[in-house]
Design a protein around this ligand. Structure first.
Ligand SMILES: Cc1ncc(COP(=O)(O)O)c(C=O)c1O
Length: 380
């Protein structure tokens, strides 16, 4: 058994990251300023989107985006139940109704067919999730949305470095990224919305900062114009420059970070082969590049439940995560939505069995071997 605990994730922070944060801390300007601007510019360059707005979290991004798109009572928003609950919570809090398509059992992606079944005259928005770092089938989902005149917002929380048919996801639709510590790049906590829509970005910039009519030049030069007035009542979701500079440094290493993640994932795929009762996800059958945010296995043996599997691995000093428990089986949504068991069969099957095993760039092959041998012990 391993002597020290292996967490399921550890952010990759190097000396340059620390130095850059130090410099901002000592610079006299630590809140939103030039580093926010730089981070937004560089993420846009990387993803191919035109505009970006950096925020305190992806959840904050979902909040102001739903507001900016006027999503509210009477509207339906299609998004999977198997996602982080923040999306479902914010749809619900806006007064709109979340509608859950089932997912593909082996990739966890929402499919064009399952989305199609959920579309009604009330559908205002579709939020597909690029799960674990692989993309949804964007061409098919985009064309479906276009046909019905519905907006798409891509949940790209897991997907920095995810390419679909040679192009980074989010270059076409509005997308929301997360920089939470378990994501491929981190700012401690943080998020960004990217979009190609100039009106939307202006609205989002106002909504993230009290609804003040602050233009980009003021933001860049002074952080905030003292004469700014409320145009739309808004929130306070601006990112500090302490966090943004970390984002810039992390993003500059995204190639290296994702290469390490991919190497570890490939080792897992090879070393987990043949372990009965452990089923990794499959790759989607279209051309893509995986960002490997998560390595998920499904515990399919009758010998042990997923929860017991996680407990037993913990006793062997191996950390795990659960991404995710389906929203519709959680108390509030179970009681308010009352979706009959079996309606979302693939979602429920995965929600009961899935588990994320350790995956982060600084892992060694020995760490991978420790995880695999602990898994063998637990399911064997
Ligand atoms: C799929 C998905 N969407 C949204 C979020 C929310 O991100 P944040 O923690 O930055 O608010 C997460 C975070 O884990 C996520 O995994």
């Amino acid at each position: 058994m391993r002597k020290d605990f292996l967490p399921f994730c550890r952010p990759s922070i190097n000396k340059e990251d620390v130095k850059a944060v130090d410099e901002v801390l000592l610079s006299g300007w630590i809140t939103t300023g030039k580093w926010n601007n730089e981070f937004e510019k560089q993420l846009c360059e990387y993803t191919g989107a035109k505009y970006g707005v950096a925020l305190t979290s992806a959840t904050a991004g979902m909040h102001i985006l739903l507001k900016a798109l006027n999503i509210g009572p009477g509207d339906e928003v299609i998004t999977p139940s198997l996602t982080w609950v923040s999306t479902i919570n914010l749809i619900t809090l806006s007064g709109a109704t979340p509608v859950f398509p089932d997912i593909d059992r082996d990739t966890l992606m929402v499919t064009p067919d399952s989305i199609k079944k959920c579309i009604t005259a009330k559908t205002k928005l579709i939020i597909p999730v690029h799960y674990a770092g692989a993309p949804v089938d964007l061409d098919a989902i985009n064309s479906l949305a276009k046909q019905h005149g519905i907006t798409i917002v891509e949940d790209a929380a897991h997907a920095i470095g995810t390419f679909y048919k040679g192009k980074h996801i989010g270059h076409e639709n509005t997308a929301i990224y997360s920089f939470h510590p378990i994501k491929n790049i981190t700012t401690g906590e943080g998020g960004m919305i990217t979009t190609n829509d100039p009106e939307l970005i202006e609205k989002l910039r106002r909504l993230k900062f009290h609804g003040l009519g602050v233009d980009a030049f003021d933001r860049q030069q002074q952080g905030r114009s003292p004469q700014a007035q409320v145009v739309d009542p808004g929130y306070k979701y601006n990112l500090t420059d302490i966090a943004a500079v970390l984002g810039v440094k992390q993003l500059s290493r995204i190639g290296e970070i994702n290469k390490k993640r991919t190497e570890i994932a490939m080792m897992y795929r090879q070393k987990l082969q043949g372990i009965e009762g452990i089923l990794p996800l499959k790759d989607p059958n279209y051309e893509f590049t995986h960002a490997w945010n998560l390595f998920i296995v499904r515990v399919t043996t009758d010998k042990i439940t997923r929860n017991a599997f996680m407990e037993e691995l913990k006793k062997l000093n191996i950390g795990t995560g659960l991404h995710f428990l389906a929203a519709h089986v959680q108390k509030y949504y179970r009681e308010t939505m009352n979706i009959a068991p079996g309606v979302l069969a693939n979602t429920e099957w995965n929600s009961d069995r899935m588990c994320s095993i350790p995956l982060f760039p600084d892992m060694t092959e020995q760490d991978v071997d420790d995880v695999v041998s602990a898994i063998r012990k637990v399911v064997g």
